[in-house]
Design a protein around this ligand. Structure first.
Ligand code: SF4
Ligand code: FES
Length: 364
């Protein structure tokens, strides 16, 4: 029997500083049960978490939410992450930031900003985010980021009602001075599953979007890097979700739970440990939740004997749980899954489904 290679440290930590958020996107990726403010980790607890992450060997911290700017101590948290030797990336809607606050964050050592946009025109973008005036504010925030010389990535979640504006989205990213654009099609876990009918793009839209990305990558080489996560409902094989379970990253929730994936709450058989009870390194190396789907021993057929098992790691554990009811099943996005046809059936109605949303609210 060959011995498993020693476990490398996680490269990145997603720090969900809070679930509070002024927007109410219908595809919110936060769990259905949100953490209330009084259960959030304190400033000192987050600072200690960043120190532990640095000691463990984490390189990047993504300061996320909810809206991380809802935390009044964000400046202190950026400084602590920087002191711990972490590259700091702020993932923000822009709402709650001012030019002064961004300057203070930069002074504390903020390295990079990822700003989300919901669309390219004010009216529709504000409708998708459920926040009036949000789009105009984001355009202002992007300007301030540029003025401070901070590198900017634009995050654009794509769905049936905005994917036809992808070309324009790319133009907006270039005009805002972004160096990178992340185009991700909605993942139908958590709240987004409630809006699948209104959000799922059609096959024709997905094919057109793929062509648009390919053309733009060629045309804008050296100006804009485009990361693209296509809709896996139309794919033959799944994506290597999270880069492999417990392989390259970890997530810390607002209340200090440590999870291999932000959506992992759906896997009710897993028990997540909390930083208030155990050190980060101990959780990364030994917790049952992290070890549940590491390597390939947990796989069932067809993954177990598939030549792609080290490429996509059997796909997404959360999607397997959501659709197959078994987190160790083959992701139904894979054409070898017995549930692949059922997944394809869900796409049939995409063309004429209603366009109204069930918006996300903090109360759920
Ligand atoms: Fe990936 Fe499993 Fe499908 Fe093979 S059978 S392509 S490992 S999901
Ligand atoms: Fe959790 Fe894919 S979303 S593993």
């Amino acid at each position: 029997m060959t011995e498993a290679p020693p476990l490398a440290p996680p490269m990145a930590m997603l720090a969900e500083l809070t679930h509070r958020c002024p927007l109410s996107c219908p595809y919110c990726s936060n769990p259905l049960e949100l953490t209330k403010r009084d259960a959030e980790l304190s400033t000192e607890e987050w600072c200690d978490t960043f120190r532990q992450a640095g000691d463990l060997g984490v390189l990047h911290v993504h300061l996320s939410g909810g809206e991380p700017a809802s935390r009044r101590d964000l400046e202190q948290l950026v400084a602590a992450a920087r002191d711990a030797g972490l590259y700091t990336n702020l993932i923000t809607s822009g709402i709650g930031l001012t030019a002064d606050r961004l300057k203070r964050l930069t002074d504390q050592g903020l390295d990079h900003v990822q700003l989300s946009i919901q669309g390219t025109e004010q009216e529709s973008a504000d409708r998708f985010g459920g926040y009036k005036g949000g789009h105009a504010r984001k355009m202002e925030v992007a300007q301030w980021i540029g003025d401070l010389g901070l590198p900017l990535t634009i995050n654009a979640v794509m769905h049936r009602q905005n994917i036809d504006r992808l070309e324009k989205t790319i133009e907006v990213a270039v005009s805002l001075g972004a160096r990178r654009l992340e185009v991700a099609t909605v993942q139908f876990q958590g709240w987004a599953a409630k809006n699948r009918g209104a959000l799922l793009p059609t096959r024709a839209q997905v094919e057109a979007a793929t062509r648009t990305v390919e053309d733009a990558r060629e045309r804008l080489a050296g100006t804009l890097v485009i990361d693209y996560v296509p809709a896996d409902y139309y794919a033959r094989f799944p994506k290597p979700c999270m880069g492999g379970w417990g392989k390259v990253g970890l997530v810390v929730t607002p209340s200090g739970e440590v999870k291999p994936c932000h959506a992992a709450d759906i896997i009710t058989t897993l028990k997540f440990q909390n930083l208030r009870d155990a050190p980060l390194a101990e959780i990364w190396h030994n917790s049952s939740a992290f070890n549940a789907f590491r390597g390939t021993d947990w796989m069932q057929e067809p993954c177990r004997s598939c030549e792609r098992r080290e490429l996509d790691f059997g796909g997404c554990r959360c999607q397997a749980m959501a659709i197959a009811g078994d987190a160790a099943a083959t992701d139904p996005a894979c054409e070898k899954s017995p549930l692949h046809a059922a997944l394809q059936d869900l796409t049939q109605s995409a063309e004429d489904a209603p366009t109204d949303f069930v918006y996300r609210t903090l109360g759920g």
